[in-house]
Write a protein that binds this ligand. Structure first.
Ligand code: ZN
Ligand code: ZN
Length: 404
């Protein structure tokens, strides 16, 4: 969606200084706007990567997890522990002009009022809708992406069979939903599979088994889901969803599963987790479907590169960043980029998070109070940005376009 128009050297430097193009009234503009949440303080801080001294601050109710939505025109700040989701208009939008994209830049601003719900958690965007699951409410909230891009939203709700940590995805005329069993003595409902509901919310297909379902992402025409039995791929077709369970190969360490995915945008593949010390490269269409990459230490976070599309990056708890070649399913480069962050302790303890900004990998370093800018070509640090507090979850919007 975001087209790159020339300016290769600008991208390499991560600069966005406008330069004159062929026409004196046109400019190539590269702009990345960073949104970062604090581990403790209820706020989102935003700044442009090329001018980080100018800050915008948005108050929230609690700690946020940040997602770009509506073609990067908005950011959702999901506050799972405070029953709220704030939306911020990013102030960056792209308009396709056929041969090039125009970029429009303005100040970011909060969309009011925020959305409330009982423990909002997973957020997905598909088929022009943003879906946020309310884990304790037993429903998902569905919002129109285009409305969000214009700074407003109306919401509709799709009910689930049980309140659980799951999802609802728009699927043609139907809804594609996670299914949980009845709550046990502790009140916990276990995820056991998926099925479709009709527009009225009535089940209209048999449940397909996916024990301990966790993690969902789209790439090409596939949705990938993490299950105890393997990776369940689901393809959209005229006859409803086409399912295929890709079992974990015997060579994979036993008793682990994939629970988190990132779908590639430019080709059909996924980078997924496998247990705490593994990554898996997933080809939903062709064998080998699942290829394991063993990490030297436990995984802290990972990202896919939308520019150098063969690359993925994984940070391990020893503070090393590893470059993964998605084609070879192999680690091709490693470098120490931060102090060690042990995975012992709570899953939500402050630890670094990764985000991509053109030719840079950005990494929050909560203990150091900074964001580190890492060159994706050689994994060297090209600079740091002082944020203060404990920078934690982060997302980046932007790219390159023509301003005229
Ligand atoms: Zn234009
Ligand atoms: Zn989850």
């Amino acid at each position: 969606m975001i087209k790159r128009i020339g300016g290769a050297s600008l991208l390499a430097l991560g600069l966005s200084t406008p330069v004159l193009a062929d026409h004196h009234d046109e400019q190539d503009v590269t702009l990345y706007r960073v949104f970062v949440g604090d581990h403790q303080a209820a706020q989102v801080t935003a700044f442009d990567l090329n001018a980080p001294d100018k800050r915008w601050t948005f108050d929230t109710k609690g700690q946020v997890k940040l997602y770009p939505v509506a073609n990067n025109t908005a950011v959702a700040a999901v506050q799972s522990f405070d029953d709220q989701v704030n939306f911020i208009q990013t102030g960056i939008s792209f308009h396709d002009h056929g041969g090039h994209s125009d970029i429009e830049v303005s100040e970011p601003k909060a969309i009011e009022p925020p959305l409330e719900g009982a423990q909002p958690f997973h957020l997905l965007e598909h088929a022009g809708m943003v879906s946020i699951n309310m884990d304790q409410g037993g429903y998902s909230v569905l919002l129109d992406s285009h409305e969000l891009s214009e700074g407003e939203f109306e919401m509709r709700q799709v009910e689930q069979n049980q309140a659980h940590h799951g999802f609802v995805i728009p699927w043609g005329d139907d809804w594609f939903v996670s299914v949980a069993d009845a709550p046990d003595e502790t009140g916990k409902a276990h995820r056991i599979g998926v099925r479709t509901l009709n527009a009225e919310g009535e089940p209209n297909s048999e449940m397909v088994k996916c024990t301990n379902l966790h993690g969902e992402s789209f790439s090409g025409s596939y949705l990938a889901l993490g299950c105890k039995e393997g990776v369940l791929t689901v393809k959209e077709s005229n006859n409803g969803p086409e399912y295929k369970m890709l079992s974990y190969p015997d060579s994979f360490p036993e008793g682990e599963m994939t629970g988190q995915f990132i779908g590639a945008q430019s080709y059909q593949a996924f980078l997924g987790s496998y247990g705490k010390k593994g990554m898996v490269v997933i080809d939903p269409a062709d064998a080998p479907h699942l290829q394991l990459i063993e990490l030297p230490f436990r995984r802290v976070d990972f990202a896919l590169d939308p520019v150098k599309i063969q690359n993925g990056y994984v940070l391990t708890e020893d503070g090393k960043l590893h470059k993964i070649d998605m084609m070879d399913a192999d680690i091709v480069q490693s470098a120490k980029v931060t102090q060690p962050y042990s995975l012992e302790g709570h899953w939500n303890d402050p630890r670094p998070r990764l985000a991509m900004a053109g030719d840079e990998i950005l990494l929050t370093d909560p203990k150091a109070g900074v964001i580190r800018r890492i060159n994706s070509a050689d994994l060297t640090e090209v600079g740091t940005i002082e944020v203060g507090g404990m920078p934690y979850n982060m997302t980046v919007v932007g790219g390159s376009g023509v301003s005229h």
